[in-house]
Design a protein around this ligand. Structure first.
Ligand code: GH3
Ligand code: MG
Ligand code: MG
Length: 445
């Protein structure tokens, strides 16, 4: 991993602190309202409450539909649970609006739909988060009409059950227990997300949203109906709801799947990796992993410019394997390939990271040795020649051997160009061939 500068580390800490502050912002609002201690009802206008719940229900059903469409396309279990979360919340919450008029006479009954809808939402959100990354439901098994009808029936049954509770609805525990359970489940979901999944594209939205749901339930637990804190708790829940629905819309408009939708960081990371990969492919010989001709010459010119600046030298070796055609003829082309691979690998064990091997022909190579004068390069060339002759390359039960001829030439600042020096190395290589092969020649006779 790349070393990060201290500013980058500081920026990382700042971004973490921002995220923590943003996630916990609702609780500062709750603390403030508790601190100023205004527990008087401020707005109990029924019409406003009915309108607000109508908007929330309509929005909930719209997002349910959008999430369902994405689920049907990708089959992602996360989206199936998210669809259920929206559907369950909308259906269980709707009577809270219808019963606004009953608030004056049956306050607890009116209130109960809130905590129960948030509990249904919390359970489905937790199931969604735990199913994140699970394999998609296959197209023929994607939840059919019966599945959704059962879900709708279940949610309506919850509404009816709450209504049936009306004779005992005065018991405050009926409101506190589901709210506390919703608070605990969403807090657990948020913790799980922040520890495990928050770096996965839109899961950050989901993480903040469930943290808001938890804080909304917390504020509801501490509030009395129609007070500032009670309205504020609605706003906190709505904010979480909007964050999740924003993510659902982004997914719908892109890949229809939370697991494959990317955030900008992920896209940039993939682009960088692709670029590095392409650069590597474009500069490397596939068989031996050596530099290709173009890349070798580019590097040689860069190195020559540096040698000019620093006043140092570069040595070049031109290497050609001897009677290589015979290896192909006597064994096979596959054996020849294996020889090329293993000989270059053996050379690499003798060279330094700053040296460069380039494959410039079938069995012709150039080696660049920066900052090495010809006298030392001669010794390197001799070791390369030796290790080549010593290799016994096993191929289909036979040991194949090969030798190499090498020409050495030195580039010095102010002297002949890289091309001229390479021509000299080549001439010396052919002199080595002429003198019987398997030898190194470093100076013209
Ligand atoms: P010399 O000692 O004079 O260099 O003889 P040579 O046989 O090595 O030289 P020549 O140029 O006659 O033949 C080179 C052979 O290398 C011919 C070609 O089939 C083979 N060759 C070139 N590229 C590859 C390759 O990628 N794989 C294999 N297996 N053989 C290759
Ligand atoms: Mg050859
Ligand atoms: Mg050749």
């Amino acid at each position: 991993m790349e070393k990060r500068s201290s500013l980058e580390v500081l920026a990382g800490i700042y971004s973490f602190a921002l995220l923590a502050a943003l996630t916990m912002a609702p609780t500062t609002g709750t603390a403030y309202l508790l601190w100023i201690g205004n527990f008087l009802p401020i707005c109990s206008t029924h019409a406003f409450h009915i309108a607000a719940i109508a908007v929330a229900t309509a929005e909930g059903l719209f997002i349910t539909f959008v999430a369902w469409r994405s689920y049907m396309s990708s089959g992602e279990p996360f989206l199936r649970w998210l669809t259920l979360a929206f559907l369950g919340f909308s259906l269980v919450y709707a009577p809270h609006g219808f019963l606004t008029a009953a608030a004056d006479t049956h306050l607890m009954l009116f209130l109960l739909y809130g905590p129960f809808s948030r509990l249904v939402n919390a359970i489905c959100m937790l199931a969604a988060i735990l199913s994140y990354g699970a394999p998609p439901d296959p197209p023929d098994r994607r939840a059919g009409t019966a599945y959704w009808l059962c879900a709708i029936a279940l949610f309506i049954a919850i509404d009816v059950a709450i209504l049936a509770l009306s004779p005992v609805a005065a018991n405050p525990l009926l409101r506190i227990v589901p709210e506390a359970a919703a608070c605990a489940l969403t807090a657990a979901s948020a913790a799980f997300l922040f520890i495990r999944l928050v770096n996965r594209s839109l899961m950050l939205n989901i993480g903040i949203a469930v943290a808001y749901f938890a804080q909304s339930s917390f504020a509801f637990l501490l509030s009395r109906p129609w007070t500032h804190l009670w309205w504020f708790a609605h706003v906190v829940f709505a904010s979480g709801f909007m964050l999740v629905s924003f993510a659902v819309i982004r997914v719908f408009l892109s890949t229809h799947s939370f697991a494959t939708v990317f955030n900008l960081d992920e896209v940039m990371e993939q682009l960088r990796a692709t670029r590095d990969n392409l650069a590597q492919l474009a500069s490397t010989d596939f068989l031996t992993g050596s530099a290709n001709r173009r890349h070798f010459f580019e590097r040689a010119h860069e190195e020559a410019a540096r040698a000019e600046r620093e006043g140092c030298c570069i040595s070049f070796l031109a290497i050609d394997l001897d009677h290589f055609k015979a290896i192909n003829d006597n064994h096979s082309h596959g054996a020849g390939d294996e020889v090329l691979r293993q000989i270059t690998a053996a050379w690499r064990t003798l060279l330094r990271p700053s040296d460069l091997i380039g494959r410039v022909g079938g069995e012709e190579f150039l080696v660049m040795l920066p900052r090495i004068p010809a006298a030392d390069a001669m010794a390197v060339a001799e070791r390369l020649r030796q290790i080549t002759a010593e290799q016994k390359i096993a191929f289909e039960g036979k040991a194949v051997t090969v030798t190499a001829s090498v020409g050495v030439a030195e580039y010095v600042p102010g002297g002949p160009t890289v091309e001229k020096v390479l021509q000299t190395a080549d001439r010396r290589l052919y002199a080595a061939k002429a003198q019987g092969r398997n030898r190194v020649i470093a100076a013209s006779r």
